[in-house]
Design a protein around this ligand. Structure first.
Ligand SMILES: Nc1ncnc2c1ncn2[C@@H]1O[C@H](COP(=O)(O)OP(=O)(O)OP(=O)(O)O)[C@@H](O)[C@H]1O
Ligand SMILES: [Mg+2]
Length: 478
């Protein structure tokens, strides 16, 4: 019998392994371990309780090692972006009688009670034996307890690829298999299809070469479907746009060719998303709602970060201008977009081709908001802010470098899409302002040293553009 078949036969779902019993074993360990993980989103707020959403034995606990797949809800005081009952996390836990020294860093703890009493629990994603099993599951689609594995039958996934953790600072956990594939294990799980699977799959199926096409994925079916992980080709030897931009700055090199290519890649992605997935038209009501949301975020941030307050009135004019245009009958096309586009979300492969990655959007925002059709200018604004960030992280500051990249990016975008994002100055200013306000809050909370970077943009954006008569309503693209 193959290894895959034997694991399928011995696997059990939550009911059989006793979810309440499992929590008795795991709760004390998770209280210590979970808040320390880089991907734990609720930092600074104590976890009051854990509840088990689902549990699936990928290898029985009696095996050496056992492998548990768990969805665990961590109950905390609510905060913006977290559900009312706390966030749900995906855990893959190994279980052994003792932990070999090579796995010491994976230790979660030794259970003192419940069905795992006396056994060592550890992060299975650091154990090559257990990550090999996960790949086997992805190679052999089918159901397993609460889990369902799926794949593109046209792509060969070789057996026996060894995984290494990516080791990047990230909000999920990625494993690189044999430098050939990368598996992204989503840590914070939201009901529904994760856009980081949905969009690359739609793009790849429509023939867009700007994404590493998903080759296998898995989801939970309990209590409702939710994407848990995606396997994609690993672009070996690629460099991300942020690193390339910083190297260019350090070496005094021009980056406009890279920015132009990135603009083209973004437009290709947008064009394909518009034809493959639903679109919408933003009219008066939606535009005013958008402007009101942006204004609300500005006001909340100005209360939290005193440095922003003196600029709030000037910044508000960006959102007022947007609302006024909506009121005057202006409409904008909306479609599925990346949602969190910046230089670090682009990879240049060794052959010079650019790919766009990480279509999750801003994970702190609710999924319904992230999957809503939005103007493409929102992505463009994200990338323009990123050029500014890169330029300002280098001494001496080179505003011309950022301006050159911004122009080249928009020109590249226009060369493919036929529409220059700079031709929408009010919309671009509103999205750039909204992004800069978000950055101010983020930097004030997490990296106060970086606060001057978004504050410089805040100063620029708080100066209103010269007033001009609103244009006539435009027909939305068909
Ligand atoms: N297909 C790929 N080929 C090569 N490297 C990749 C690939 N996909 C992702 N990476 C690398 O892995 C890193 C993390 O990937 P990704 O951004 O998808 O994870 P994330 O958990 O969403 O990160 P973040 O917390 O930054 O949002 C990327 O910055 C990139 O360096
Ligand atoms: Mg991400």
């Amino acid at each position: 019998m193959s290894k895959a078949a034997s694991t399928r036969n011995t696997s059990r779902s939550a009911g059989a392994s006793g979810p309440l019993g499992l929590l008795a074993s795991l709760t004390p360990l998770l209280h210590e371990w979970l808040p320390r993980q880089r991907w734990f989103a609720g930092k600074g707020r104590p976890v009051s309780a854990f509840s088990l959403v689902s549990a699936t034995e990928l290898l029985p606990v009696g095996a050496a090692p056992g492998l548990l797949h768990l969805l665990v809800r961590a109950q905390q005081e609510p905060s913006a972006g977290s559900g009312p009952t706390g966030d749900c996390y995906q855990l893959l836990l190994g279980v052994r009688t003792s932990l070999p020294p090579r796995l010491a860093t994976a230790l979660v703890g030794r259970a003192a009670a419940g069905p795992l009493a006396g056994l060592v629990v550890y992060d299975a994603l650091l154990d090559p034996r257990l990550t090999a099993l996960l790949l086997e599951r992805l190679r052999a689609p089918g159901r397993l307890g609460a889990l369902r594995f799926d794949r593109d039958p046209a792509v060969v996934i070789p057996a026996g690829l060894v995984a290494r953790p990516l080791g990047a600072e990230q909000s999920n956990t990625s494993l690189v298999y044999g430098d050939t594939f990368i598996l992204k294990v989503f840590r914070r799980v939201h009901p529904g299809s994760n856009p980081d699977l949905e969009l690359p799959l739609a793009l790849a199926q429509a023939g867009c070469a700007r994404v590493p096409a998903p080759v296998a994925w898995y989801e939970t079916t309990e209590p409702e479907p939710a994407t848990l992980g995606v396997l994609q080709p690993f672009l070996f030897g690629s460099e991300d746009g942020w690193q390339l931009a910083l190297h260019a700055l350090a070496d005094g090199h021009d980056f406009t060719a890279g920015a132009h290519a990135l603009g083209r890649a973004t437009a290709e992605v947008h064009g394909t998303l518009a034809s493959a997935l639903p679109t919408a038209v933003l009219r008066k009501r939606q535009i005013q709602h958008l402007a009101a949301e942006m204004t609300e975020r500005l006001e909340t941030t100005a209360r939290a970060v005193p440095a922003l307050a003196p600029y709030a009135a000037g910044l508000r004019t960006a959102f007022d201008a947007l609302a006024d245009l909506g009121h005057a009958g202006r409409v904008w096309a909306a479609q599925r977009i990346h949602g969190d586009l910046h230089l670090g979300q682009s990879l240049r492969a060794r052959d010079g081709e650019w790919s766009v990655i990480d279509f999750e959007g801003e994970p702190a925002r609710p999924l319904a908001e992230r999957t809503r059709p939005q103007p493409v200018v929102r992505d463009v604004a994200g990338m323009l802010r990123s050029f500014d960030y890169a330029a300002r992280s280098h001494r001496p500051w080179s505003p011309q470098w950022a301006t050159g990249c911004r122009d080249a990016y928009c020109e590249g975008y226009a060369a493919v899409s036929g529409a220059d994002p700079r031709a929408e100055p009010e919309l671009l200013r509103a999205y750039e302002t909204d992004k800069a306000v978000y950055e101010v809050l983020y930097e004030a909370r997490n990296r106060p040293d970086w606060l001057p970077v978004p504050m410089a943009a805040i100063k620029r954006l708080s100066t209103p553009f010269p007033t001009r008569a609103p244009k006539l309503p435009r027909r939305p693209p068909q």
